[in-house]
Design a protein around this ligand. Structure first.
Ligand code: NAD
Ligand code: WQD
Length: 340
């Protein structure tokens, strides 16, 4: 049985991926420093899978601690690297922290992979690397645009670091460029836990419906889209988690032709902000108090994935609908409100 190290495995996407890995028969070890997650997530994972993953609280920037970890745990067959800081706005305020956390962690991790001959590596990248795309839907061949934020730049730099290492080592890697992950596990045992005021649309909607926020601000209705609000590709986090399992299998089975590959992971469908709000209202029966406000600086008009490469080469396809994702997000919101 293969053992996979999942960094950031108690975070939003990491925790859902841990569950899918366990269901696919992998043993899982998690490293997380709990900077943006809670230890309770480990219980949530265990309740779903009836299997407690091995967990170590560790900061990946702790070079000695990480090296010791790999000396002790010699049984790792592959790494899925989620751990990173991800708030775009915060990255503009604290660029050095973002470069330190996201880049230093990656380098230390790869140094240990190289040292211990761990040559399967999956990386969490982002559609943010495409910036304002020239063509829709966005294929993997679309040019990477100059990053607007330090966060986005860390994803571009990270992809380059991994690609350079793949050229001169046995490491085989896949970078998955996620579009907009939303929703929660159908059991409501795990989900997104935004700290403070949510920056992302769906947690803001669910908190508004729950009465935690008074009003949702819709950032602009004067974009060049059918209803004037921005368009994104919202993907259910469970579908996204499953993409990691198939990507991992692909590199373990050595099915890929090149040592570094990139895949878009989205649904292929674009939805506007107002469509998401109305779909949420319809599927949950909750009315959302919203108002149209000015555009948010840095937002691009329209972003959605061409998923043909993932469909044909990973044999993966998003299966869950926007409505299912929004309903799961609402159930999760209700569950965390009832527990607090
Ligand atoms: P998250 O914040 O929920 O999870 C990240 C986890 O990593 C957290 O549990 C945090 O405590 C941990 N972590 C951060 N720095 C660490 C360090 N130095 N050492 C150890 N642990 C550390 O974020 P998420 O939404 O699950 O995102 C996971 C990955 O996917 C990130 O790399 C993120 O940039 C990327 N991504 C996220 C989105 C999104 O919209 N959520 C979109 C595209 C890409
Ligand atoms: C979606 C749409 C907003 C909040 C971000 C990162 C990106 C990636 C995914 C990590 C936009 C609108 C939002 C609100 C609103 N993360 N909105 N009112 O900006 O597409 O992508 O998360 O890699 O890098 O930038 O996601 O959820 O913030 O916004 O109207 O209160 O909802 O303007 O059009 P975004 P989001």
């Amino acid at each position: 049985m293969k053992r996979i190290l999942v960094t950031g495995g108690l975070g939003y996407i990491g925790s859902h991926t841990v569950v899918e890995l366990q269901e696919a028969g992998y043993e899982v070890s998690i490293i997380d420093n709990l900077s943006n997650s809670s230890i309770d997530v480990l219980d949530g994972i265990t309740r779903i899978s009836n299997k407690r993953p091995h967990f170590k609280q560790l900061d990946l920037r702790d070079k000695k601690g990480l090296s010791d970890y790999f000396e002790v745990h010699q049984n790792i067959d592959g790494v899925i690297h989620f751990a990173a800081s991800k708030a775009v706005g915060e990255s503009v305020e604290k660029p050095l922290f973002y470069y330190e956390n996201n880049i230093t962690s990656l380098i230390y991790l790869l140094q240990n992979c190289t040292k211990h001959n761990i040559d399967h590596f999956i990386f969490s990248s982002s559609c943010t690397v495409y910036g304002e795309p020239d063509r829709l839907p966005i294929t993997e061949e679309a040019p990477v645009k100059l990053a607007i934020s330090p966060y986005g730049n860390t994803k571009q730099i990270s992809e380059e670091i991994i690609q350079d290492l793949c050229k001169i080592s046995d490491i085989r890697s896949i970078a998955l460029r996620y579009f907009n992950p939303i929703g929660a596990h159908p059991t409501s045992e795990i989900g997104e836990l935004p700290l403070g005021i949510p920056q992302n649309l769906v947690p803001f909607i669910t908190q508004t419906a729950a009465g935690v926020r008074e009003q949702l601000s819709v950032f602009g209705d004067d974009y060049n889209t059918p209803d004037g609000s921005c368009i994104r590709d919202y993907i259910h986090v469970v579908d996204l988690a499953k993409a990691h399992v198939v990507a991992l299998k692909r590199i373990i089975d050595k099915k890929e032709m090149v040592s570094f590959e990139i895949f878009n992971i989205g649904t292929g469908q674009g939805n506007s902000v107002l469509e998401v709000v109305h779909a949420f209202e319809k599927v949950t029966g909750q009315k959302i108090n919203y108002k149209i406000v000015n555009r948010r600086p840095g937002d691009v008009t329209s972003v959605y994935a061409d998923t043909k490469k993932a469909n044909s080469e990973l044999h993966w396809k998003a299966e869950l609908t926007l409505e299912e994702a929004l309903l799961s997000a609402w159930k999760w919101e209700q569950k965390i409100r009832n527990n607090n």
